[in-house]
Design a protein around this ligand. Structure first.
Ligand SMILES: [Zn+2]
Length: 92
């Protein structure tokens, strides 16, 4: 149960605010930040982050633009196929 700090009213555990005075209950959900982590894990994370950033940089160099080009080519080829299909179905 949550006892309201403002008025002392006893609210159920799942109450988001006091049922009597409508005071909001701020549940202490401390967000974990990198600063809270132990130094060993922090350095490991930073290493991983660097690897990931490097990987992203490389993959964005090698996959981003070609993927867009491939998509454009695929659309063009698809359009040509559709046009051919239309052509052959109407001019038989
Ligand atoms: Zn209250």
């Amino acid at each position: 149960m949550i006892v309201c700090k403002k008025c002392g009213y006893e609210n159920p555990d799942n109450a988001l605010y006091c049922n009597l005075c409508k005071e909001l209950f701020h549940k202490k959900e401390k967000k974990m930040t990198i600063a809270d982590l132990p130094p060993e894990i922090k350095s490991q994370l930073f290493d991983q982050k660097k690897k990931v950033e490097k990987g992203c940089a490389i993959s964005s160099l090698f996959s981003d633009v070609p993927q867009k080009k491939l998509l454009t080519i695929a659309i063009i080829i698809g359009a040509i196929i559709v046009l051919f299909l239309f052509f052959f179905t109407f001019y038989k």
